[in-house]
Design a protein around this ligand. Structure first.
Ligand code: DGL
Length: 259
């Protein structure tokens, strides 16, 4: 057993969609969340830079005594998790686009994936797609500009609606029945996406799967928190803490920190 915190990081506020599922499933766990908003977006950056930023975030979470780290960012997972696992002796949980369930369940044999350039161009993404979706028509779309708008608190803006309409158009005309959200920021767009997509399209993200995997790995290494533990959650942002506070809605501690 260990009441040390679970560390979670993302390029910004989006990984809170993953944190939310972890906190719901494991309310006794203490968590420390890092929003590296000063360096967002990670999506257009090269692999080396994404590794460098992921190492920086990992080092800080280790300094704060974390027992396990959740890389709550598809871009960082697909580009850097291999490096992190090789260099640090604690368990890492990553997040990848949920291509497999979408490919297994599609009836139109066509699925859409909205993700960052960094994720869609990664080796890990290509491997997963080849393995699970080789006979399926996969419409890939880079969500350029979506993360910066979310980081600026512009989820409900006309600019967001314009970009989403543009990105969904080829998917709708190709008759997708599943849309995979391959970026942890995008679950915050679900209400808007639902108004823009035909009713029969199912939207899938990876939050619940990551929370279940976290639970399983903690149990495997005997690292779960005690049932009586309070489950304190601390959030750090090196960008604008008020944006993180707004996205969390509840009354959690959000601190500004340079890292
Ligand atoms: N939340 C990150 C992801 O899942 C966003 C990437 C970015 O910062 O561009 O990919």
């Amino acid at each position: 057993m260990s009441n040390s915190p679970i560390g979670i990081f993302d390029s910004g506020v989006g990984g809170t969609s993953i944190w939310r599922e972890i906190h719901k499933l494991l309310p006794h766990e203490n968590t420390i969340y890092l929003a590296d908003s000063a360096n967002a977006p990670y999506g257009p950056k090269g692999k080396e830079k994404i590794i460098e930023l992921s190492v920086k975030n990992t080092e800080l979470l280790l300094e704060k005594g974390c027992k396990l780290i959740v890389v709550a960012c598809n871009t960082a997972t697909t580009n850097a998790i291999k490096h992190l696992r090789k260099n640090y002796n604690i368990p890492f949980i990553g997040i990848e686009p949920a291509i497999k369930p979408a490919a297994l369940q599609t009836k139109s044999n066509t699925i859409g994936i909205l993700a960052t350039k960094g994720t869609l161009s990664s080796e890990l993404f290509h491997k997963t797609t080849d393995l699970y979706a080789s006979g399926v028509n996969v419409i890939e779309q880079v969500g350029e500009g979506l993360v910066p708008l979310i980081e600026n608190g512009a989820i409900d803006s006309p600019e967001m609606e314009k970009l989403l309409k543009q990105y969904l158009a080829p998917m709708i005309s190709n008759n997708i029945d599943y849309l995979v959200l391959g970026c942890s920021h995008y679950p915050y767009l679900i209400p808007k996406l639902q108004t823009l997509l035909p009713k029969h399209v199912t939207i899938i993200d990876s939050g619940i799967a990551v929370a279940r995997q976290t639970q399983a790995i903690l149990a495997y290494y005997n690292l779960s928190a005690q049932e009586l533990n309070r489950g304190d959650c601390i959030f750090y942002s090196n960008g604008k803490p008020e944006i993180l506070r707004a996205i969390l809605k509840d009354n959690f501690t959000v601190e500004a920190l340079d890292f």
